[in-house]
Design a protein around this ligand. Sequence first.
Ligand SMILES: Nc1ncnc2c1ncn2[C@@H]1O[C@H](COP(=O)(O)OP(=O)(O)O)[C@@H](O)[C@H]1O
Ligand SMILES: [Mg+2]
Length: 386
Amino acid sequence: MDVSLFGPFKTGELVDTPYSVKAFVPYPLPPEIDLAKLIVPLQNARDAIAELRGASRRLSNPNILVRPLQRREALTSSAMEGTFTTDDDLLIADAGMDEASDQASIEVRNYLRALSSALALLQQDGLPICHKVIRNAHAILLSGVGSHRGANRNRGEYKTDQNAIGGQRRGTENARFVPPPPAQAQICMDQLEAYINRPNRDETPILIDLALVHYQMETIHPFSDGNGRVGRMLISLMAVERGLFDTPLLYVSPELEGRKDQYIDLMLAVSTHGAWHEWILFFLNVVEESAKGSIKVVDKLINLQETYRSRVTQATKAANAVGLVDMLFDTPLVTVRNVQDAFSVTYRAARSTIDKLIEQNILVEVGSYHPTVFIAPEILRVADRE
Ligand SMILES: Nc1ncnc2c1ncn2[C@@H]1O[C@H](COP(=O)(O)OP(=O)(O)O)[C@@H](O)[C@H]1O
Ligand SMILES: [Mg+2]
């Protein structure tokens, strides 16, 4: 880490490490910020969020939006992790191994489980956003992934060794940024936890807080690996916890992925130059664009439902076929039993309606489940990038 980059700014302290480098320990939040300069971008981001909230209500079940968005978040958040480049994908494909898609489904599954487990801790167990919630999310997020992606490296535990960001090789020597040593990181996390749950928190606009907390979390880098993924999940989680949405609808990774260099440079500039204003502006813009992206997904879902309805209407006279299409936009995963119950029909009738939708390429059977499960892949993947 190039210590000469750090100006005489009051953003933190440089401390010694057991290695030949200094580490940066950020001061606790909040910094001094001039909110007046942020009014317009803040309002733009808020407007986009309000619009997304409204758009989601056009869906018969707004929850339908959550899963496709989480799927895209999981894939892009992991893609940003850096070890899994397009080249790796090609190599794997060339070698005739299907590891790529397998790895992706593990990451999607982990992401879904980690976020819903965190939400359960908040909403059912009544916990605040605290060490336990954060470490639990980390443990689930990194379970069962290859060791090059951070598995088994203190899963669910804060770091016990000095870590470093952005070096050519592992190690602190050439690192671009050296976060706090383990002991200081623990103190910083205690302070961050206290900041997130401070009594007068509603005095700060939520979106500003999200920007501050994300920078702080990434700069502390409390885990040996997986900090980016957990930190970005925390944004979605805090948006729900602070009442921005009833369901988690804010996901920033798809937007950040395309602006990764800027994302990282701006966080570094906060540490080196106290460039809070630039970072917050960037973050607000990312939130705005993320919300707009999700509104497009709402539109796509509504169009897809119309397409399915007319496709099915033309292909069959069976009344329940259209009903089943609508049902899939409520839950894109059904069993024969679900369909029997929904329409009060026999097993045979339900199965035949499902078959009609299979013929129309709307449903597919997923193997090896009992009872058999049918999913609507286009609905589940409606948010995937082309
Ligand atoms: N200079 C920096 N200051 C603060 N955070 C940074 C910096 N550079 C990168 N980051 C954050 O660190 C993340 C990478 O850390 P890592 O622990 O490998 O997480 P993951 O394995 O989930 O990508 C990036 O996605 C970014 O959020
Ligand atoms: Mg990593």
